[in-house]
Design a protein around this ligand. Sequence first.
Ligand SMILES: [Ca+2]
Length: 285
Amino acid sequence: MASTRKMRIVALCAMCGALVAACSQSPALTLGAEGLGKCQLAPDESLEFVWLKDLNLWMGKHEVTLGQMKCLFPSTKERHQDYYAKDWDKETSPAVNVSWKQAQQTCRALNRKCAKQLPHGYVFRLPTEGEWEAAARCGRDRTYPWGDSWPPAPMADSVLPNLQGLETVSSGRENPPTSRAIPGYKDGWPSTCPVDQSGMNEWGLLGMGGNVQEWCEGWYNQPQQLRLLKGCSAWEHQAQRCEIIARDCDTGQSEAMGFFFWGEVRNDGHNYSGLRLVIGKPVGR
Ligand SMILES: [Ca+2]
């Protein structure tokens, strides 16, 4: 069934949060002013961006949610397993099982819809590895997105990053089955959590410390065969893999993955992979 949702972009004043303009009424909308931008997909679906002056781009405040993906791709199947509690908020949780190819499709879809509303020379794309790492460091010298401590410490908003803690093991929801967890660590989420509850860093970005891994532009390796993932997921328990410099990969070419909520084990993709968007100058791929 075709979606009746409509897309529009709104920009919010950096200082007071007041609405500046809406693209459905003002095609000349410019997001170039320094501050917070908000790309609203529907009254309850918005893509929020934070202007990062150091990087000359707007970075997604959150990972892209399943609800946002459904808004952009209404014909895409949504699948998840029954072990999720009925009150599980899938719509505001990050989309997972997204391939790199599908992350690029997401950027293209937004660029088609919103090109006229972006500042001249800017596009929706994925962050580069350097941009992702800079956003995770927030201008500081540190090992992990939360600092230098292990086990993980709370993020800047006093919320623990969503990693694989004891609650994941005790809930029986781990998938694939594992008894591994960060010793003594409990962030309260046995799986992914709503994107606005996964810990905010000093630059106002959430999910940089966990929840789902995020596709980046560029390659993982040479010769260029594998695509790059940064960040760790709600199922990560190894310190080294939580470091800002850590890298992960996948072929990223799957067409069959879809924008699934976590829960369906598949053999043809990367179950932990989600995405975060930026609005920035184009980069090579
Ligand atoms: Ca993340």
